[in-house]
Design a protein. Structure first.
Length: 365
């Protein structure tokens, strides 16, 4: 076995899809996080630019031993626009694990980074062992990382609902005519959080690849009089990003029809047959003037009522310490905890990051 590392290209997509399908999350229902049919389409949503490094085995030319992607996008950091690089989609074929391939992939990525570049990433809560393994090479420490926040992801189960809208507030779907006011509200509110992507709503109208799957009518706007005071969107990403069921434990396979009946009556994820996808809508672009929890709840309710009825759940992520973190907890939901970290090939980036709350855009992970 001889492993070589190179840049990935769209021609690798069939082998990328094969690799991704081998990496599953065990449990009563075995799940796989896929980017089908074209991995590179989904990568263009995660970052405005990205570099993929892949590992080949010269003795097995039809497979990839591993891959990693580092994506660049402009985020607000300490109130200013800054290019930040997201380290995600590191995948190693189970056949090749514990052979240093992840380190080899990150070594190749280092050629495209400087010691001043700010990188970020996310792992399941406290699951930093893969990072610890990847950062060590025969030549020493390749990079370092610093866990910064706990992320609480909620899958809010949908139901028929009358939105609870505060007095004096109206909510409606955005139109193209709203784009200038949306941009002004965004430019005012987004810099209040670290990690907020720098959005340009005119690019939604132009169907820019970074906004793939979005239309301006997918945004809900809250008004007081003629002023926008809140914004939230729903994003169906199943055309290029899926959570697919790969198998069930025997007892789950037997009770699945009864469980799905219960979920349909009382709320919850319906379990599709093997090969099917979980059916959820991702909430995005959360902007709430004054961090008013009642306004955030009203927007979630409105999207549930007007966009969410054909989905089992609405997915959102809020970091601990954010003023809005309690709002998703007030719904019937399934929750998942993960850890956000800053990463650098050189200097410790934390002195340049102030104490603003961290925003995580679930649709760009």
């Amino acid at each position: 076995m001889a492993i070589t590392v190179r840049l990935g290209t769209p021609a690798d997509n069939p082998k990328v899809q094969d690799l991704v399908s081998k990496i599953t999350m065990p449990g009563p229902a075995v799940m796989c996080f896929q980017r089908a049919p074209d991995f590179f389409t989904g990568a263009a949503v995660i970052g405005e630019e990205f570099i993929m490094t892949v590992a080949d085995d010269t003795e097995r030319p039809d497979v990839l031993a591993g891959l990693t992607v580092i994506s660049g996008r402009d985020l607000y950091i300490s109130g200013k626009r800054r290019r930040v690089y997201y380290s995600g989609d590191t995948r190693v074929d189970p056949f090749y694990r514990r052979r240093g391939i992840a380190s080899d992939l990150f070594v190749a990525q280092k050629a495209f980074r400087t010691g001043q570049d700010l990188l970020q990433g996310i792992v399941l809560k406290d699951n930093t062992a893969p990072l610890d393994a990847a950062k060590r090479t025969a030549d020493g420490v390749l990079f370092d990382y610093w866990v910064s926040h706990t992320i609480e992801t909620s899958f809010i189960f949908t139901r028929k609902i009358k939105p609870r809208i505060p007095a004096g507030v109206t909510i409606r779907a955005a139109t193209a005519a709203d784009v200038p006011a949306m941009q002004a509200f965004f430019d005012q509110e987004a810099p209040r959080r670290n990690g907020y992507p720098c959005y340009e709503f005119a690019k939604v109208l132009k169907q820019d690849p970074y906004y793939r799957g979005l239309s301006i009518g997918d945004y809900a706007l809250a008004f007081k009089g003629s002023q926008i005071v809140g914004m939230l969107g729903g994003w169906d990403q199943k055309a290029y990003k899926q959570t697919r069921i790969m198998g069930f434990k025997p007892v789950i396979a037997v009770i699945r029809p009864l469980y799905n009946l219960y979920a349909g009556l009382f709320g919850g994820f319906k379990l599709p047959p093997v090969g099917g996808m979980l059916n959820y809508l991702t909430l995005h672009t959360t902007l709430i003037a004054g961090d008013d929890p009642a306004l955030y709840r009203a927007l979630i309710d409105w999207i549930m009522a007007h966009q969410g009825q054909k989905y089992d759940a609405l997915a959102c992520a809020v970091t601990h310490g954010d003023a809005l973190v309690d709002v998703p907890r007030s719904y019937k939901r399934q929750k998942l905890f993960s850890s956000h970290f800053w990463l650098s090939y050189g200097d410790d980036p934390r002195p340049g990051i102030d104490e603003r709350p961290l925003y995580v855009e679930l649709g760009r992970l």
